[in-house]
Design a binder for this molecule. Structure first.
Ligand code: PRX
Length: 572
């Protein structure tokens, strides 16, 4: 269904006519904005921080930070010094060198950002982890990547299974009174005494920058590697889509454990020398509105689950804050309901601009630009320099309104460079015709707008987090009471989807509410809170194929009262 278009917003100097720029744009031209196109020397952290610290922006605020205990701000010059110091700690005490995998596992504090950028200055590859990860999730990622160093806090350190990680050389601990030895390094003390000068590691376009682990429908989480070249697209999209201008105060609510929190929480804004707001602590609607009011946030990038929660907190609450600074609001991560877009128009007097991309695409791909009409419910159109299409399973483009695979023509700058240690998996993303296949189904309308329909695989999106059902099922069957488990995403009005588990118990175990709670805690402690099933149904037996694969599609059909489809492969 086509929903009404809203008025086009004004004031975009960068992309006034989408069609015009789409026709003429060339990535090679865009590279000329960066000095490395002449010098051949590059480092994304230099482009994000040092460059501005050496320019007229030197005393401009780069980072506004706050959480319940801290309230700080840093200029670009200070950011340069502090990221250098963090780099020196990693270099001099943890022997970090170019290409090393350095993981960060800590709350969103300024030290997290100093560390990420400091590591990148050394040419290291940064692997960000969610604070919510428990031991199993941490181990899988550090083990697969052969991580050499992890930077963490005393509170989270217990979840790093050091004895199972032979490649891990150092744990850098950000906390008070840290005891040091060959293995542990006291970040804060070393940071204090470290020099503000650091020799930057100049790298090649294809040297590693970020390693984001993400979930698929099968197997363990996979490490999506992004390289320094990606920053061209970080830069261009922050220009066209975030529409960043010199005086903007920008706030991206995402955690760097998620690709949005690195690409648009670090690079997008800072490649443009924008003032970037970072807020630690838990989500609370009143704090969020207070943040916008206090900092005069002009550009705000968040996610549908958050908008739905704000919507749930009521319109009265919005009215008690001054949000008039807001100029541009964007969303990513899950389908943005038309209802939420309409709510945004009503309460903020702003359209919420949906953007579509994935960990693997490394930057925004399909977007609603400030200069274009929005069709609420549509993800928008591809960015200039990117060709998107709906293709069938053979890679043939299908006509408008026909549903199919959302595919992108290979070769955009921020495309994942590889899947760590898994070339086969990397190759499995591509189809004849050089199409990268997203795993999403969608259709395109006759005006070239793309409409999201769902995931083709069983990947669950819960509160914007991508959860692989296999990972949850694997954890569940480690529980002594569980013989078999099948996990699906069940539609939920606030969270998009919630995790629902179907469980067959071993002989000798009886279903009970206590057991459900125990199972939930088991996944929470073993994997992560967001991966724990909110709903559990006990079954005598689960639907399986003859080869023994749990048929999630059948579970989903049962749950949603849908036709089960072809059951020919199901065991008797
Ligand atoms: O299913 C799509 C959904 O999120 C998936 C990618 O998840 P992740 O790699 O965690 O990255 C999320 C943010 C970069 C996609 O395959 N998704 C993302 N954006 C949208 C979306 N679904 C609908 N509308 C969107 N705007």
């Amino acid at each position: 269904m086509k929903l009404e278009a809203l008025p086009v917003s004004k004031g975009n100097y960068n992309l006034n006519s989408y069609e015009e720029v789409y026709q003429s744009f060339d990535w090679k031209e865009a590279e000329k904005e960066f000095s490395w196109s002449e010098t051949g020397r590059m480092n994304a952290a230099y482009e994000a921080i040092d460059k501005h610290a050496e320019s007229f922006r030197k005393n401009k605020i780069a980072l506004y930070y706050r959480d319940p205990d801290r309230d700080e701000k840093y200029t670009f010059k200070e950011m340069k010094d502090l990221t250098n110091k963090a780099g020196n700690v990693l270099k001099n005490y943890a022997n970090v060198e170019k290409g090393d995998r350095v993981f960060v596992f800590m709350p969103r504090t300024p030290e997290l950002y100093f560390t990420i950028l400091g590591a990148i200055k050394l040419g290291a590859i940064v692997g960000p982890l969610f604070e919510a990860f428990m031991e199993g999730a941490v181990r899988d990622r550090l083990d697969d990547s052969g991580a050499k160093v992890i930077v963490t806090t005393p509170e989270l350190m217990d979840r790093v299974p050091f004895d199972q990680l032979p490649n891990l050389r150092h744990v850098v601990v950000v906390g008070e009174n840290v005891k040091e030895d060959d293995f542990y390094i006291d970040f804060l003390s070393r940071f204090k005494e470290s020099s503000k000068d650091l020799e930057l590691e100049w790298v090649d376009l294809t040297d590693g920058l970020l390693l984001h682990y993400t979930s698929g429908s099968t197997g363990k989480p996979k490490g999506v590697l992004h390289v320094h070249n990606a920053m061209i697209q970080h830069y261009q999209t922050a220009n066209w889509v975030l529409d960043l201008k010199e005086d903007d105060v920008y706030w991206c609510t995402a955690d760097p454990g998620w690709v949005t929190g690195t690409v648009y929480g670090i690079f997008g804004p800072w490649l443009h020398g924008a003032s970037n707001v970072i807020v630690g602590g838990r989500f609370k609607p009143e704090n969020w509105y207070q943040t916008i009011e206090d900092y005069g946030v002009t550009v705000w990038y968040s996610a549908p689950t958050a908008f739905r929660m704000l919507m749930g907190a009521g319109d009265e609450l919005v009215k008690s804050f001054d949000l008039s600074s807001l100029r541009h609001v964007l969303s990513v991560g899950e389908p943005l309901n038309p209802e939420v877009v309409r709510w945004g128009v009503k309460v903020f007097e702003k359209r919420i601009h949906d953007t579509w991309w994935m960990t693997e695409t490394g930057a925004q791909i399909i977007c609603n630009y400030p200069c274009m009409e929005i069709k609420p419910g549509s993800m928008g159109k591809p960015i200039p320099g990117v060709e998107a299409a709906i293709v069938d399973d053979q890679g043939n483009e299908v006509p408008p309104y026909r549903m199919g695979n959302l595919a992108i023509k290979k070769g955009w700058p921020s495309m994942m460079y590889t899947i760590w240690n898994n070339k086969e998996k990397y190759e499995s993303y591509f189809m004849p015709g050089d199409w990268y296949v997203s795993g999403d189904s969608a259709y395109m309308d006759d005006e070239g707008y793309f409409w999201f329909q769902g995931r083709i695989d069983d990947v669950i999106m819960t509160s914007g987090e991508r959860v692989g059902p296999f990972e949850v099922e694997s954890k569940l069957v480690e529980h002594p009471a569980i013989a078999e488990a099948g996990v699906i995403g069940k539609p939920d009005p606030v969270r998009g989807e919630i995790i629902k588990a179907f469980i067959a118990l071993r002989d000798g175990y009886e279903p009970s509410e206590e057991l459900k709670e125990e199972i939930r805690q088991f996944v929470k402690k073993g994997l992560a809170a967001h991966a724990a099933p909110r709903e559990i149904d006990f079954k005598d037996k689960l639907p399986k194929t003859r080869s023994g694969k749990i048929m999630r599609r059948v579970l989903k059909a049962w749950e949603l009262d849908l036709p089960t489809g072809d059951l020919s492969t199901m065991e008797d």
